[in-house]
Structure formats: C-alpha cells, structure tokens
Write a new protein. Structure first.
Length: 295
C-alpha cells in the first residue's frame, strides 16, 4: 500500500480558525504515504504559523505556499497540484475533516480498480457551530449505473474534499477552471474528467466530513445558481448526455438564476431569462423533430 504517494492539496483563505483541526485529521490517517501542500490565498491570519507548527509534528513533508492576491480556491488548488510530487492528488478544503480511514479506503479502491483515475468517498455534512450531523450522502448502485447522466443531473454528487485523482489525469485536463469561483469549479472539473473517458470509482464509504457554517458558499444562493447555469452552458455539447436533459437543465438553471436576480437586479434577471428562453426554444425544436421521427 505504501507505494503510492498522495499529495494533499489544501487551499486556505482566512483558514486559521479551522485548519488546525483539518490538519490533525490528516495526521490521524491510517495510510501514511502522503505529503501536504497548503496554499494561503491572499490572507495573513496566522495560517502559516499553524501549518509550520504542524510540520514539526509529522514525519511527512508539509509545504506552505502563499499567493499575495486572493485568486480563489480553484487557483490555489492548481498551484498546489502543480507543485505536487505524488502519483495521486487528494483535495481537502481547509475547514473539512477526514475519517482516519479516508486515504486508506481511497488507495484500496484504486488497487481494486487499477484502471480508475478518479476515486472518491461519500461525504457527511455537519453544522460548524453545534457539530451536529446534517446530511449523509447516499450514492446508490442505481446512480452508479446511470453515470455520467447522474453526475450531470447532480444526483451523483462529489465533494472536493472527498476526491482523489491521478496526477496524470489532472495534467491532461488542465486542472480547475479559475474563471469559476463560486463553488461550481469542482463539478465543472468532474464533468471534464468524465468527458475524458476517465473511470470514476466510489469507495462505498462516507469518510469525509463537510463543514457547513454561516460564512460558507452555501449561503450565496444567486452566485451558486448562476454558477450551475454557467457550467451547464459550458457543457451543453456533451453528447453522452441525452440532448433533452442537457437543454432542460440549462434552461431551468438560467430561469432559477433569473428569478433570484429579479429581487435586486432586473437587468441581470432579464439577461438570464433570455438565456433560459434560448435553451427552451432549442428544446422545443428538438422535441418537435423527435415527434416527426416517430410519427
């Protein structure tokens, strides 16, 4: 098992409050052949000192990097990945936690499926203030069988902190899209991995704890909804996904963004509405063409 080095990529923005606990969850891993690269993304809140202190507690290599200007988690993850030396890249956000068997279960799955370059666990979300478990992921065999349609429809969800991909795959798809900074850069990257005919493997275990708190991206509803719509538009040509599903999800997502934007920005809402309408019209034309083929 100790043959495969895993580089753990941690983007850190105002991370001092939680990163110590995150790093301790790495220290507790049963699987020991890892190194860490932390990229502080434009802040100076004591994260460096916490990382450097942690580095004295472990025998594994711990690297601290910093970019002076905040560029977002995708850019920070890319910087860490490009500086990596491992066969595998495991992504871990600075406030999330791993169960002690997280890395060992990922490596075991990679050995059971040597043709797979994307291994992931399931995730459990918890409330940051109370520690109470909120949701536990259920990736059923049916969702696995429906992949990649289930991935496109977001019913097959993968948290960044639950994912491990090969360095080869990362390089071949050019990493995360830095133009997406509102939490949708991960799903857009998963789409590109799937479109590159990469095999995905689920460990069958929920070994990642995903923190939810009042300052999290989950509260930026309009940004997230718009980001989802942008991702669907970027991948509207994905032929492996039925065209009706592609058009319907793009139309629905832009319409949802329009409804949210309407409260504060009617011009933006109008722009999003017409984007939705363009996909609706295409969908109607497509459905009419299908009807002609079967009558």
């Amino acid at each position: 098992m100790d043959e495969d080095l895993i580089t753990i990529c941690i983007p850190a923005y105002n991370a001092a409050k939680f990163i110590g606990e995150t790093l301790q969850s790495v220290k507790k891993q049963i699987y020991k052949n890892w190194n860490i690269i932390v990229v502080e993304d434009g802040t100076m809140d004591g994260t460096r000192e916490i990382v450097e202190e942690f580095s004295t507690q472990v025998v594994q290599k711990v690297t601290y990097l910093r970019q002076d200007k905040n560029q977002g988690a995708p850019a920070a993850r890319n910087i860490a990945a490009k500086a990596s030396t491992g066969k595998w890249l495991a992504f871990l956000d600075s406030d999330d936690l791993w169960h002690q068997n997280h890395l060992s279960s990922l490596i075991a799955a990679s050995q059971s499926h040597p043709d797979s370059e994307f291994i992931h666990s399931g995730a459990i979300s918890f409330d940051s203030e109370t520690g109470k478990k909120l949701t536990e992921q259920n990736i059923s065999q049916e969702l696995i069988n429906q992949f990649p349609i289930s991935l496109f429809k977001s019913s097959y969800g993968i948290q960044p902190s639950a994912a491990m991909i090969s360095s080869r795959l990362y390089k071949s798809i050019n990493g995360f899209n830095t133009a997406l900074k509102d939490g949708q850069e991960d799903i857009e990257m998963w789409f590109r991995c799937a479109r590159a005919n990469c095999k995905f493997t689920f460990t069958g275990q929920n070994t990642c704890d995903y923190r939810k708190h009042s300052e999290g991206l989950s509260n930026h509803v309009l940004k997230i909804t718009t980001g989802i719509a942008q991702v669907y538009s970027m991948h509207i040509d994905w032929e492996e996904i039925p065209k009706k599903i592609r058009l319907q999800l793009a139309a629905d997502s832009w319409l949802s963004a329009a409804r949210l934007a309407r409260k504060n920005n009617k011009n933006l809402a109008k722009e999003y509405f017409f984007k939705s309408l363009s996909y609706k019209k295409t969908l109607q034309h497509f459905q009419f063409w299908i009807l002609l083929q079967i009558t």
